[in-house]
Design a protein around this ligand. Structure first.
Ligand SMILES: Nc1nc2c([nH]c(=O)n2[C@H]2C[C@H](O)[C@@H](COP(=O)(O)OP(=O)(O)OP(=O)(O)O)O2)c(=O)[nH]1
Length: 128
């Protein structure tokens, strides 16, 4: 099965962390995730994450740290999910694709119904 490469950003707003909820119309409906998306042809990981965050959330971020990529097989497709910790820099947060968001304390994050591929990323983030 072909592996799709996807970047995502764990965006910090001071001591809060942003998580976003996929819409009913998307794959993995209503699951929580870190905003991001597929790497396009010829694009670097970091170009991709800045582009996706601006497209999906209308904000600019600064990348702080790359975490460990996760390879996960869902029924029918397989992804390599490449996570970055980032901080909010500028812009007004607007949800262009997602149905909801939360600015959560780190300890609250495990209570959300996460996309499965995000679970190891969440674990690594919480251990830092
Ligand atoms: N952006 C993002 N995608 C994630 C995360 N966790 C996770 O399993 N995914 C999956 C969901 C999607 O199948 C894929 C990312 O693709 P995407 O958000 O650009 O596009 P999509 O699949 O919703 O769009 P499409 O194929 O229906 O056109 O990776 C995550 O934390 N962030």
């Amino acid at each position: 099965m072909k592996t799709i490469s996807v970047t995502c950003a764990i965006i910090k707003f001071d001591d809060k962390t942003l998580a976003v909820q996929r819409s009913k119309a998307m794959k993995l409906p209503l699951k929580w995730e870190f905003a991001g998306g597929k790497i396009e042809a010829g694009e670097t990981e970091t170009d991709c994450i800045h582009r996706e965050i601006f497209e999906e959330l209308n904000i600019q971020i600064e990348l702080l740290q790359r975490l460990t990529p996760v390879i996960h097989e869902y029924p029918g497709f397989k992804i390599k999910l490449i996570p970055f910790i980032a901080k909010f820099v500028s812009g007004e947060l607007q949800l262009k694709e997602h149905t909801d968001f939360i600015l959560a304390d780190k300890e609250e994050l495990p209570n959300l119904d996460w996309a499965e591929a995000d679970l190891p990323i969440l674990k690594e983030y919480l251990s830092l």
